[in-house]
Design a binder for this molecule. Sequence first.
Ligand code: FAD
Length: 315
Amino acid sequence: MDSGLDFLNKIHDRIPVSLEILPPNRGLGLDAIHSFFEGLKPWKPAFVSVTYHQAFKVEENESRIWNRKKPGTIGVCAMLKFQYGLKVIPHVICGGFSSFESEDFLVDLDYLGLDTILALRGDPKKGDAEFKHHRDGHRYASELVDQVMRLNMGEYMEDVKEAKSTSFVVGVAAYPEKHREAVSLDVDIQNLRNKVNAGASFIITQMFFDNQVYFDFVERARNAGITIPIIPGLKIITSKRQVEILPEIFHTKMPADLCSIIQRCENDFEATEIGIKHAISQFKGLEEYGVPCIHLFSMNNLTPITSLLKGVQRI
Ligand code: FAD
């Protein structure tokens, strides 16, 4: 039976490599994204996932207005699919969406033939300490996965005669070092299992800087009965400051020796060189372990991605 996971097939017997990109900031247009993908040619990623950014409220002239820094997720996805012929995976979040609005979003994706998604809860809105769900929306990603699976069975929010079933393949996120809100890694893995039971077919992990963390996590997930592919997420360090901010934002530890080498760098250029070397070593270790795919958090930054791909003989 077709699992919908063909994009994880090996290419020339080599482990596939995928990319995460961000839509441009409001008003900047697509030039930088075109340059990024033109710069990678003729190499093609196994898939490109495109982030989604929730709107947040800002105070301006004593009134509160909504702002979304990076609109355009669906547009970027459609452009990459039709103009570059890429397999594209939009991120779909719960935050800010009622279930009806989630359904409308999914209908648009279905009409565009974007049949694989990454279902996420979303982070707390900028300025909020905790995640607040839409009062008519989902609290957890598992509920969104469940909604997508119901659409796959032709069950819409309203009764529809002769409804057309969608055929979404759904990925979800996981955190090898535990999601920051989870009381323990075991509880987090149980919650991950709920997402798999709801219908997820693949997992993409948060970044980590020590492969052993991922290997241990995969073992624990397998012991908990999770059998679907667990794709490691890999981030290249590109500045001295990231040694402090990445662990803070993404709740990941950085190996002490890596931290001290980067802290001793004169500037960000040197830090990036170290970051690329470290990412190449992580990449090779993950390849050797036999991961299903390696997902690069590109931050739309062509130069380090190209250096990494050269370093692992992909381009
Ligand atoms: P969930 O799986 O819902 O889990 C959230 C927390 O709730 C966890 O602590 C979990 O253990 C707990 N939990 C789950 N179910 C239950 C339950 N039934 N009862 C009690 N507790 C429960 N954010 C964005 O806003 N946009 C993006 O594009 C984006 N892309 C991402 C891509 C990747 C690869 C990753 C790893 C993260 C991404 N994020 C993105 C961040 C993500 O939205 C946040 O980490 C968010 O805080 C959690 O999302 P989740 O889907 O893992 O949530």
